[in-house]
Unconditional design. Sequence first.
Length: 348
Amino acid sequence: MWEELPLWPEQASTVAGKVDALYLFLVGGSAVMSLIIVALLALFAVRYRRRSKADRSGAVNESLPLELGWTLIPLIIVMFVFVWSSALFFHIQRPPDDTLDVLVVGKRWMWKLQHLNGKREINELHVPVGRDVKLTMTSEDVIHSFYVPAFRVKADAVPGRYTSIWFRATKPGRYHLFCAEYCGTKHSQMIGTVIVMEGDEFQRWLGGEVAGLTPAAQGERLFANLGCNTCHKPEATGRGPTLVGVYGTAVEMEGGERVTVDETYVRESIVDPRARIVSGYKPLMPTYRGLIGEQGLMNLIEYIKSIGPPEGGKSPAVDSPARAPHDAAPGAAGLGPALPATPSSEPS
Ligand code: CUA
């Protein structure tokens, strides 16, 4: 209903209306309070000006009901806003279970995106309408911020860390994508377009050209090219811990700390392997900082996810110790020496 107003950004996601309602409540509430204060101020200034003969007897110096009133009523209002906005914040922060995932790398001054079938885009994101989409983001250099006003979603892309946002587009169209964090000379040109398509149109687009290897399959290739598989073997017989079935589980470190294997932990283990050592292993692994780009790191993480526990969290290594099940591209080999030993090259 607010879209008819001039300058009001279009609402094109499921959360847009909810964000607008909160925003309008805050602006409206502030406006009402300001009006009351200014009106009373003007009224009293006129009524009790020095020359007026208004009755000044019986001035009230303290009033318990009044003081309780102006303490409790604002408290109730701000607690109402707190609960409302927190609920909305958690709704926006927590992705639903079944999402279409896209990997995003911010870089001065462009957005690089990759779909899980391997299709890549720059400064353009195609998504289907009515489907929950989750973006996992990082940055190659400085902090950027992925902002789609029509969806009312914005999240920083931070170097060395993974952040995510999700949205569900509600109508087909083209929407602005901005970088919302000042990141240097061409920050204002770090813009793009989100293209929302009908489901079947999107499927055609996604399969429209040779997609290349999936991120998991690229990660698997990189895993072999970098020689990771010489220490991280499918069974726990290598110098490093096996990576089969660990993604999403909690692993015990030297010193007793338990760490959940997530994107950020896997990344840390690659670029700063001595930060935390898995219990029972030695700090032998060299750092790969600077040797693997952000997209390569994301691909490795997708590969480790693909050999992680299936739905339900049970380790597949228990059931099939000989071969790691994974959902990489057809034709991609399993963990181990069967991988093609092509020269090490980092897809960028
Ligand atoms: Cu990237 Cu501003």
